[in-house]
Structure formats: C-alpha cells, structure tokens
Design a protein around this ligand. Structure first.
Ligand code: MEV
Length: 313
C-alpha cells in the first residue's frame, strides 16, 4: 500500500524575521507543491529518494549524526516506525524551487508527516502540523512554525507565535511575481544574524517590531478592502524595515528596484540574504512585471494563492 500527500509552498507577505520575536506575520500558500509518496518496504531501513539526492540508512540512528538536507524525512520515518516491524521508502517530487525561501522545506515536512503517518493510522491535520514542526526543527531549531502552518492549512493567514494562526477570510485576487536571486542562503544563519542585530541595539529592534506590528495591522484592514495600490505601499515600507535589519544585499536591491518600478510593490520574502523577492501585481501589470525581470535575465514566475493546503490521496 502507498500513502501519498502533497503540500503547497508559501510566501511570507509581511513580517518575516519579526515573527521570530512575536510580531504577527501574514503568509499565503502558493500554487506550487511538493508531493511525497511513502511505502512500506522489507528490512529495518529508511530510503529517501528526491531530486536533491538520495539517503538510505538503517532505522534508529541519532539525528545529530545525519548530515543531509533530507534529515527531516528520516526523523519523521524513524519516529513513526518505532514499534513497527518494517522499513519505509519515501519518494519526494517538487515543483517548488528548493532552498530559496518559498517554503520547500516546510512543505516537505508537512507532506512527509502526512504521507508517512497515514501509512499506519488516520492522523489529523493538527497532529501532522505538530509532527512537521518537530521535523523542521532538525534543520532549523528556532523556527517560528509559521511556514509549516500555512503549508498545512493553505490560504492566506496571519500568524504569531503566541496565538498561532488565524485564516484571513477575504480571497484577494492578486498575482505574485516571484523572482529568484539564485543565491543560496541558510535560513538559520540569516536568523542568527538578525538576532545579533537585535542584541546589538535592543531599543532600536523593539521599535522596529512596533512599527512592523502597526504595518501588519494596517495590511489586515487593506486586505479586507482588496486595495492593491495601498497594499503595494505597505510592501515597500516592509522592505525598508528588512533593509534596516540587514538581510538584503546588492543583487536583491537591484531585483526589488525592478519589481517596484513595474508592479505595485516588491520585497524580499522569507529569510533573505539570497533567495527570492516577490512583486505584487494584478492583470494590469502582471505581464510587464514578468517581462522586466526576464529582460534582465532573472528567473521569475507568477503564482496565485493556494486555498487547499495539505492534500492526501
Ligand atoms: C523563513 O521563511 C521565515 C523567518 O521569519 C523564520 C521563521 O519564521 O521561522 C525568517
């Protein structure tokens, strides 16, 4: 018997980094997915096959001794296989570019937790989310949990560490043009750099958290009214705060300039230091935004909000 699950990637629309310190963020799931298939196999081993490589190990290994980006799958399989007399094969397929801030690792954790756990019993979305966050912590200890949450439930939501998520009921009809810097980044090390920035000037960081909170509150109102032009202004403002905390660089700034000239507003999404930016567009400026990035030879594509979230089949 095979168990299959898929989960969407995500874009953090507002509030990345500040969310680690308790500020509310706004995220949406995107219509690009990771699909995981799990199947029982003979022998007490865990075999993982993916387009970023393969990993095959016996069960019962110490997680700290595994040095592979596929570690979260091993963690999930080994935990779920405890007291089961079988091995497991996991196959991962992705249409999300990996490691660029679009939630590929959280989508892997969510789809992996669902496909593996549901080989043995019917697990709820809440149980899957909690397993997924545990698994994500094997590669990124200080995760806020925001990414796995939106990959599980889909749609657009606000999220803070204390209160969890809250679905935003309006269904905004914007397009996001994602441009990829193709610069590798490690979420963990960028989050660590922001922690150093904070520790260097606690007062400045706490006033930035306050203005970011205020911005997110304003955005929640604008989303209800579907006011894309005003949302674009907020996107630009948020980018300024991300510049201030030091997660941008020359290449990202050049991309943001292109996005801001062509669309309603553009900013880094996710950890920064590399990875992706998004530009906020509608039918009136979608094509021109894509063309502007393509003319300058940037990888780019457009996405819409995914309202389905985790899917098992
Ligand atoms: C990474 O996609 C988002 C960060 O805010 C970290 C987190 O929320 O765990 C940078």
């Amino acid at each position: 018997m095979k168990s299959k699950a898929s989960a969407p990637g995500k874009v953090i629309l507002f509030g990345e980094h500040f969310v680690v310190y308790g500020v509310k963020a706004i995220l949406c799931a995107i219509n690009k997915r990771i699909t995981v298939t799990a199947e029982k196999i003979e022998g007490e081993k865990i075999s993982i096959k993916s387009n970023i490589g393969n990993l095959e190990l016996e069960t019962g290994k110490l997680i700290s001794e595994i040095n592979s980006p596929l570690k979260p799958f091993y963690y999930l399989a080994d935990k779920i296989l405890k007291n089961e007399n079988t091995g497991i094969e996991i196959i991962v397929k992705s249409d999300i570019p990996l490691g660029v801030g679009l939630g590929s690792s959280s989508a892997c954790c969510v789809a992996g937790a669902a496909a593996i756990s549901r080989l043995f019993k019917k697990t709820s979305k809440e149980e899957i989310l909690s397993l997924a966050i545990e698994a994500e912590k094997t590669i990124f200890k200080n995760t806020s949990g925001a990414d796995c949450t939106v990959c599980t439930y889909g749609g657009i939501m606000d999220y803070d560490k204390g209160n969890g998520f809250h679905k935003i009921e309006s269904e905004p009809n914007f397009h996001l043009v994602i441009a990829n810097s193709n610069m590798e980044h490690s979420t963990e090390s960028v989050v660590d750099d922001v922690r150093k920035f904070k520790e260097n000037d606690e007062n400045r960081f706490s006033s930035l958290c306050e203005i970011e909170s205020k911005l997110v509150k304003d955005v929640l109102g604008l989303l209800k009214g579907n006011d894309i032009k005003k949302l674009g202004i907020k996107v630009k403002e948020n980018q300024e705060y991300l510049e201030t905390i030091g997660i941008s660089n020359t290449k990202l700034r050049e991309m943001i300039q292109i996005g801001q000239n062509a669309s309603f507003g553009a900013k880094i999404t996710g950890a920064g230091g590399g990875g992706c930016i998004y530009a906020l567009a509608d039918e009136s400026n979608l094509k021109q935004t894509i063309n502007q990035f393509k003319d300058k030879n940037y990888d780019c594509f457009s996405v819409k909000i995914d309202f389905k979230g985790l899917d098992t089949f």
